[in-house]
Design a protein. Structure first.
Length: 120
């Protein structure tokens, strides 16, 4: 290790403060989905919100893929959209990627529901 321990330079963030920031981020994402959001952007919103909700619920961080798996069980009515978002994430840099306008409304509805859950 080079240099002093990080805790001696930057104090640890209290867990409650971290959870509050995650909650604010999850809620903010719901309002940032544009009318022309490509699938990759929608995937970012969906998977980040799943990850944030897991953190809010359990106080732990995990990968977006793991959080998506949890969210599919927790919100079965959204399991298909969450599954599709994993595929969109993989193909977001594909030059032949699909247009996302057909799924923006569905993504916004999911985002609004997840934001409501985050605030409870």
């Amino acid at each position: 290790m080079i240099g002093p321990p990080i805790d001696s330079l930057i104090p640890p963030i209290p867990r409650s403060e971290y959870i509050d920031e995650v909650r604010q981020h999850v809620v903010a994402i719901a309002d940032q989905i544009t009318d022309d959001a490509p699938p990759g952007s929608q995937a970012y919103a969906i998977l980040t919100m799943c990850r944030g909700l897991y953190t809010i619920t359990f106080g732990e961080r995990l990968s977006k893929r793991q959080a998506a798996s949890w969210a599919q069980q927790e919100f079965p009515e959204w399991a298909d959209l969450i599954r599709r978002s994993l595929g969109w994430r993989q193909g977001q840099w594909d030059p032949d990627r699909q247009d996302g306008t057909a799924t923006v409304s569905e993504t916004r509805t999911l985002a609004a529901q997840l934001a409501d859950v985050a605030l409870k």
